[in-house]
Design a protein around this ligand. Structure first.
Ligand code: FCB
Length: 491
C-alpha cells in the first residue's frame, strides 16, 4: 500500500446488515408465528449439522446491547429485517402488538444511538401459514405482503429512514422453489417462475402501501443480488449462454421493477415450462414504482458457456449456490457453470472485486438517475480465536478493503453509490450452512452468546471514523474493545 489512502464522500453512508431469522432466535416468543425457515431447518438433512434459528445470536433478547455495540462501531446506518410472522403470525390479520413493540424498540434504540434504521420487510421468513396456501407461487401471498407493508409503515413509518421491500428475491424464488436448497425446499421450475412474478408484484404492492401511508416522499428501495457472470469465450454460443443467465437472473427483476416489462428472451426460454399467465393485465404497472435507491448485494462472480456434452450425463454447475440435483437456473438446461479461479472464501465463492466495479458502473450507465447502495458485501472464513483472545481475520479485512476500493473506483467512474453495508454485523445462521459459516465482523460464541470484536470490526470502525480506506495491515495493531455489554466507554 503506497500513497494516501482513498477517501470517501462526506455523505457516504457506512452501515452493517443482518436479517431477522439469522440473528434473532426467540422463535416462539412475542407471539411470533412459525416461518418457512422454522419448518425447513427442522426438517432433517436440510441444514448442515441440523442447525436451526431457534436461538441464533439471541439478538431478540440482546437488542439493546447490540445497538450499543453498533454505536461503539460508529455505524451510521443499520440494515435489519422485520420478521413477517412477528407482525402477523399467520401472514394475515391485525398487527401483533408484541411484534411491533420489538421493532419499535429497536428503531428507537437506533435513533437514540444516532444510527439510521434501514428496514427490510422480507428477508426470507415467510409465515408458514401462507406457504401452506401456496407461498410465493400464489398471487394471494403478494397481496398479503402489500397489507403487511401497510401495517409496518403505519407502526414504524415515522422513524424508519429507508425501506427495503425484498432482499434478494432471486434466492426466494429460485433457491426456494427450483433448486430447493432454501425454504420451502420445492423443486419445480414453473413454480419458481410464478414465485418470481409474485415477488415482483409484492414489491410493487408494498411500495404503493408505504407511499399511501407515508406520502410520496417515503424513501423506498429493493435489494437485488444481481449476478455478474461472464461468457467463458467470445464464441456466439457462449455469449448466448451468458445472455440467457442474465435474463433469468437479473433482467427478470430489473425489467419489471425499473422498466415495466419482462425480457422477451426469458419468456421464450421458459415457454416450455409456463405460459406466464400468472402475469395479469395491469401487474407490470404495479411492479414498476419509482425508487429512492437500488440496493445491490455482491459477493462473487461467475463464468458460463454453452454446454456441448450430453445433457443426460449432467451439466457442470459450479455456481456457488449449493448442492442440489435440481438447478436454480430455470430454463438454462444447457448452460455450464465453470469453476472460478481463486482465491475463494469459506463458501467456495471466488473473490473478484472488479465484478463489483463493473456491476455498479453498468447499473449507473443504465439508470443514471437511480442512486445505488451496496446493501451487503462480506466474506465467510474459518476464523480462529488466538491465544490473546483476538480474531485476526486478515482475509476478511482484505476482502472488505478490496471491495471498498472497488466501490471507490466505481464512484470515480461516475457511479452514484451512496453507501456500504458490511455483511454481517455479527456471526449468524447462514441458511443451509447453519452456524458453520461465519460472516460477522463481530464474533458470536454460540455457547455463551458472547460478542467479540474481530480485527475486521476494529478496522471497519477506523474506516468509518476516518472515512478513508485504512490499510489492511493497520487492523492487527488496533487496541481491542471490550464487549458493549461489559460497559465499554463510548468513543
Ligand atoms: C445473502 C443473504 C444474506 C447472507 C449472505 C451471505 O445472499 O442475503 O442473508 O446469507 O448472502
Amino acid at each position: 500500500m503506497t500513497g494516501t489512502p482513498r477517501t470517501f464522500p462526506a455523505d457516504f453512508l457506512w452501515g452493517a446488515a443482518t436479517a431477522s431469522y439469522q440473528i434473532e432466535g426467540a422463535v416462539d416468543e412475542g407471539g411470533r408465528g412459525p416461518s418457512i425457515w422454522d419448518t425447513f431447518s427442522r426438517t432433517p438433512g436440510r441444514v448442515l449439522n441440523g442447525d436451526t434459528g431457534d436461538v441464533a445470536a439471541d439478538h431478540y433478547h440482546r437488542m439493546a446491547d447490540d445497538v450499543a455495540l453498533m454505536k461503539e462501531l460508529g455505524l451510521e446506518a443499520y440494515r435489519f429485517s422485520i420478521a413477517w410472522p412477528r407482525i402477523q403470525p399467520t401472514g394475515r390479520g391485525p398487527a401483533n402488538p408484541e411484534g411491533v413493540a420489538f421493532y419499535s424498540g429497536l428503531v428507537d434504540e437506533l435513533l437514540a444511538a444516532g444510527i439510521r434504521p434501514v428496514a427490510t420487510l422480507y428477508h426470507w421468513d415467510l409465515p408458514q401459514a401462507l406457504e401452506d396456501e401456496g407461498g410465493w407461487t400464489s398471487r394471494a401471498t403478494a397481496e398479503a405482503f402489500g397489507e403487511y407493508a401497510r401495517l409496518v409503515a403505519e407502526a414504524l413509518g415515522d422513524r424508519v429512514w429507508l425501506w427495503t421491500t425484498l432482499n434478494e428475491p432471486w434466492c426466494s424464488a429460485y433457491l426456494g422453489y427450483a433448486s430447493g436448497v432454501h425454504a420451502p425446499g420445492r423443486t419445480d421450475g414453473a413454480a419458481a417462475l410464478a414465485a418470481v412474478h409474485h415477488l415482483n408484484l409484492a414489491h410493487g404492492l408494498a411500495v404503493r402501501s408505504i407511499r399511501e401511508v407515508l406520502g410520496d416522499d417515503a424513501r423506498v428501495s429493493v435489494t437485488l443480488n444481481l449476478h455478474v457472470t461472464r461468457a467463458a469465450t467470445d464464441a456466439p454460443e457462449d455469449r448466448d449462454a451468458q445472455a440467457q443467465v442474465d435474463a433469468v437472473a437479473n433482467e427478470v427483476f430489473l425489467g419489471p421493477m425499473l422498466e415495466g416489462a419482462y425480457p422477451e428472451r426469458l419468456l421464450a426460454d421458459t415457454a416450455h415450462l409456463t405460459d406466464w399467465s400468472f402475469v395479469h393485465e395491469g401487474d407490470l404497472a404495479v411492479v414498476q414504482q419509482p425508487l429512492t435507491a437500488l440496493g445491490v448485494n455482491f459477493y462473487s462472480t461467475g463464468r458460463v458457456r454453452r454446454f456441448r456434452g450430453e445433457a443426460a450425463v449432467g451439466v457442470p454447475r459450479a455456481d456457488g449456490h449449493g448442492d442440489s440435483a435440481f438447478s436454480p437456473w430455470v430454463g438454462c438446461d444447457l448452460v455450464e457453470w465453470l469453476p472460478q479461479p481463486g482465491p475463494h472464501t469459506a463458501m467456495g465463492w471466488n473473490i473478484e472485486p472488479q465484478g463489483l466495479v463493473d456491476l455498479l458502473l453498468g447499473l449507473h450507465e443504465r439508470y443514471p438517475a437511480l442512486p445505488l447502495m451496496v446493501t451487503e458485501n462480506g466474506a465467510a472464513f474459518e476464523d480462529e480465536v488466538s491465544p490473546d483472545g483476538r480474531v485476526h481475520d486478515e482475509r476478511r479485512v482484505a476482502y472488505v478493503h478490496d471491495h471498498l476500493e472497488a466501490v471507490g473506483r466505481a464512484i470515480d467512474g461516475g457511479a452514484d453509490v451512496r453507501g456500504y453495508f458490511v455483511w454481517s454485523l455479527m456471526d449468524n445462521f447462514e441458511w443451509a450452512y447453519g452456524y458453520d459459516r461465519r460472516f460477522g465482523v463481530v464474533r458470536v460464541d454460540y455457547d455463551t452468546l458472547e460478542r467479540t470484536w474481530k480485527d475486521s470490526a476494529l478496522w471497519y470502525r477506523e474506516v468509518v471514523r476516518t472515512r478513508t480506506l485504512v490499510p489492511v495491515e493497520v487492523a492487527a495493531t488496533l487496541p481491542p474493545v471490550a464487549a458493549a455489554s461489559e460497559g465499554s466507554a463510548p468513543r
